[in-house]
Design a protein around this ligand. Sequence first.
Ligand code: FES
Length: 82
Amino acid sequence: MKEKVIIQICMGSSCFSRGNNKTLEVIRHYLDEHQLSGDVVLKGNHCFGDCSKGPVVKINDHIHEEIDRENILELLQKTFNT
Ligand code: FES
């Protein structure tokens, strides 16, 4: 069985207000559009303690910093080869 990709999006107040609120919508939309929701565990997370480099999204074991609407799409495309 294929292992699920774990996407953790920081919902701490700093990351959330600086863009992760929108990024969450972008991720949901992308997963729907590519019918990937079943391959992914998407969860919100408390502050990663990395606010100054936020907004932060963690994909599997890797923390990605300064996430915005564009680079999240690039990361998703790389992660899922789409
Ligand atoms: S609020 Fe996201 S790292 Fe602190």
